[in-house]
Ligand binder design. Structure first.
Ligand SMILES: Nc1ncnc2c1ncn2[C@@H]1O[C@H](COP(=O)(O)OP(=O)(O)OP(=O)(O)O)[C@@H](O)[C@H]1O
Ligand SMILES: Cc1ncsc1CCO
Ligand SMILES: [Mg+2]
Length: 267
């Protein structure tokens, strides 16, 4: 399985896919830098008046609802509908699912548009399966990823999307497979938007292959491994964020082979 991740990373660095992000105001800069460090080419375009044209030229689309407004919500619907029309893959990050009726209505519309991949923390994935769950913690998870696994699998069956649940263990779920990633470090939760960075990296890999499950596995496991390595020499959250860019930039086949801790199960 490491081989497929290594091949996808090499391909990404050659092709430098253009990744269209409609994302939140908090992580705009750190996700653009994470994409650049990995080898992709980010563009953040949010106006409903221009997203169609950007979807046309991009290889994949990232939708992150963290800091929603009426305008960005409209842009997300326009962009994803157009992506579906022309066959562009897209990934949804349901940040803060459950915060408000506005957010849940948009999420419900986006689910109807069948995201290629959905990546969220445990609380967000549980809310997507049942919108009646109260959100008590904003954008952070109140529960462990393993507690959301059953709901993630049900959400997978309901939507047909590939589902990624992040946390101490990261899960990537399809109809056929479950992959578990054991890399990462708890300090990563003290830096805003590393889950959002994982979502953006999934977008980058969706831009270089039509093996969408393998793209999701690559995005999640590379962010978790780079975060783990970044934490090893970090004095705190600040250096972790900086080290993360360097780890993404320096990541190679040898490091992936020796440090990745992933398991694949067939259902
Ligand atoms: N308890 C933990 N132990 C080890 N690694 C963790 C832990 N929690 C999170 N991580 C790492 O951080 C990554 C992001 O997960 P997290 O659950 O914090 O995302 P998130 O809540 O969506 O973040 P954000 O919304 O700030 O982007 C995971 O993929 C994993 O690598
Ligand atoms: C802190 C925060 N608030 C809205 S989006 C965001 C970034 C983490 O998802
Ligand atoms: Mg998140």
């Amino acid at each position: 399985m490491e081989d497929s991740i290594i091949n996808l990373l090499e391909q990404l660095r050659v092709e430098k896919p253009l990744i269209h992000n409609i994302t939140n105001l908090v992580v705009m800069n750190n996700t653009a830098n994470a994409l650049l460090a990995l080898g992709a080419s980010p563009v953040m375009v949010h106006s409903p008046l221009e997203v169609r044209e950007v979807v046309d030229i991009a290889q994949a689309l990232v939708i992150n609802i963290g800091t929603l407004s009426e305008d960005t919500a409209e842009a997300m619907l326009v962009a994803t509908e157009h992506a579906n029309t022309i066959g562009r893959p897209w990934v949804l990050d349901p940040v803060g699912a459950g915060i408000s009726a506005f957010r849940n209505d948009l999420l419900s519309n986006l689910l109807d548009l069948k995201p290629t991949v959905i990546r969220g923390n445990a609380s967000e994935i549980m809310t997507l399966y049942n919108f009646n769950q109260p959100n008590t913690k904003g954008v952070d998870s109140t529960t462990a990823s393993k507690d959301a696994l059953r709901f993630g699998q049900l959400l997978q069956e309901q939507t047909g999307s590939i589902i990624c649940i992040s946390g101490e263990v990261d899960y990537i779920l399809s109809q056929q497979y479950r992959v578990e990633v054991f890399n990462g470090n708890p300090l990563m939760t003290q830096v805003t938007g590393l889950g959002c960075s994982a979502t953006a990296l999934i977008g980058a890999f969706l831009g270089v292959t039509d093996q969408y499950f393998e793209a999701a596995v690559a995005g999640v496991s590379i962010l978790s491994l780079a975060g783990e390595l970044a934490a090893q020499t970090a004095a705190g959250p600040g250096t972790l964020q900086l080290n993360l860019y360097d780890e993404l930039y320096q990541l190679n086949a040898e490091r992936l082979k020796s440090k990745l801790k992933i398991k694949r199960y067939a259902h």
